[in-house]
Design a binder for this molecule. Structure first.
Ligand SMILES: *Cc1c(COP(=O)(O)O)cnc(C)c1O
Length: 406
């Protein structure tokens, strides 16, 4: 099962430079008809000496275009070397992080979590239209009110109604009654087909949805639904902190998952990941005349360097290194919550999570500003959060604790 193995710097370097050599790229003489090129060599000279030691930068310069989806069917042949690394990266995420069977998942590196969530909703909307002859106004998106605003964006762009399930103020949990009320309302509004987004850690609270509740209520109501997991924040954290859970591909009810390497993984922006069970990408096929193998993605042209960056991070750490990194962040968060307990400052923290969301009472706006704490809403906030990332060390947290004491 475990295809994810830690690699040395040398191994990583040689794999990437070999992949660039396999690409028929713009530095060669067989790409005369492609509407793209390497980065402008007056501005970004390709003979800068450090590049031989910098595979990511070198890939940026070569500028491979990963347009399309490369886990299925035919792909643009010009960039097959680096596409191969993208395929391996997706397989590692699907199998080793999200516990899918081997070769059971399609996907691509998206611009971010927003696009990956939208791609999921787009696929399910088209599926309902195709299989059930559903009208747009019969399809609804459902997620908790703590969900990311990309759901509202998708609702607007794809012309689908969006219903938000309430959460309890202190536990941040949805409950079955809430879901039932929302379903009743949606049914009254003529909705028959449902697209549900469950959170694997929300952006503001790090809270995790009890995904079975959604499935149970939908099944009791005998309503068609598709289930997508939004792991844009938690996808590279939660699976390393929790072994047994229902938010990955072990759960047959989960059809797709969003991950975001530019959050917890510290990859450059443009590194969202969309992963979906085989046979589902087809619902997003737009016949792209000039792209070899059509296009099944929202984005169109996209940089192959983004896939390289994510792959490099995962291969540098390996599965145990990543677990260790997450463990350290979680322990630092423990330290912080112990201090808050001593100060009797109330907060929300999901088990092992690295987001600590403090109740705003007793925290002045100046303190929040001084430490860059992020509020739930900017006008009269009820909560402020601290996110324990690599740069949020105990040394940097100590002065905040001192200020909170006063
Ligand atoms: C950040 C985030 C998103 C959106 O991701 P972008 O990469 O900013 O587009 C979606 N969902 C959750 C839970 C997030 O934390």
């Amino acid at each position: 099962m475990h295809i994810w193995k830690k690699k040395t710097r040398e191994e990583i370097k040689s794999r990437i430079f070999n992949a660039l050599n396999e690409n028929t790229d713009y530095f060669g003489d067989r790409s005369l008809g492609v509407p793209g090129s390497h980065l402008d060599s007056k501005v970004f000279p390709e003979d800068a000496p450090f590049l031989t030691d910098a595979p990511f930068m070198a890939t940026l310069l070569h500028n491979p275009n990963h347009i399309g989806c490369h886990t299925q069917g035919v792909s643009e042949s010009f960039f097959k070397g680096t596409q191969d690394i993208e395929r391996e990266l997706l397989e590692v995420c699907a199998v080793d992080i999200l516990n899918a069977d081997e070769k059971a998942i399609d996907g691509y590196v998206a611009s971010g979590g927003t696009e990956a969530n939208m791609q999921a909703i787009w696929i399910y909307r088209n599926y309902y239209q195709d299989k059930y002859k559903a009208q747009n106004d019969e399809i609804a998106i459902i997620s908790s009110e703590d969900s990311h605003y990309s759901m509202a964006k998708a609702s607007n762009i794809l012309s689908l109604a969006y219903y938000r399930v309430k959460v309890d103020f202190n536990s941040r949990l949805i409950n079955a009654d809430n879901i039932q009320e929302v379903i009743d309302q949606a049914k009254k509004d003529g909705k028959k087909y449902f697209i549900i987004i469950a959170n694997m850690m929300t952006t503001m609270f790090g809270s995790v949805d009890p995904i079975d509740l959604y499935a149970d209520v939908m099944e009791e109501n005998k309503l068609p639904y598709k289930l997508h997991v939004d792991g844009a924040y938690g996808g590279f954290f939660f699976p390393f902190a929790h072994k047994n859970h229902a938010l990955d591909f072990r759960n047959p009810k989960v059809t797709s998952v969003t991950l975001d390497a530019h959050k917890m993984l510290q990859a450059p922006y443009g590194t969202g990941l969309f992963l979906v069970r085989k046979e589902w990408m087809q619902y997003a096929n737009t016949k792209a005349d000039y792209v070899e193998g059509d296009d099944f993605t929202m984005i169109g042209s996209r940089s192959g360097a983004n896939a390289i960056a994510i792959w490099m991070i995962l291969m540098t750490y390996g599965p145990y290194g990543m677990r260790e990194k997450i463990f350290i962040l979680s322990k630092r968060a423990d330290w912080f919550t112990h201090k808050l307990d001593e100060l009797k400052i109330e907060y929300y923290r999901s088990e092992s999570s690295n987001i600590i969301t403090m109740k705003a009472e007793g925290i002045t706006a100046q303190t929040a500003k001084k430490y860059g704490l992020v509020p739930d809403v900017h006008h009269q906030p009820k909560w402020y959060k601290v996110v324990i990332m690599e740069h949020v060390t105990i040394e940097k947290l100590e002065p905040l604790i001192e200020d909170l004491k006063n």
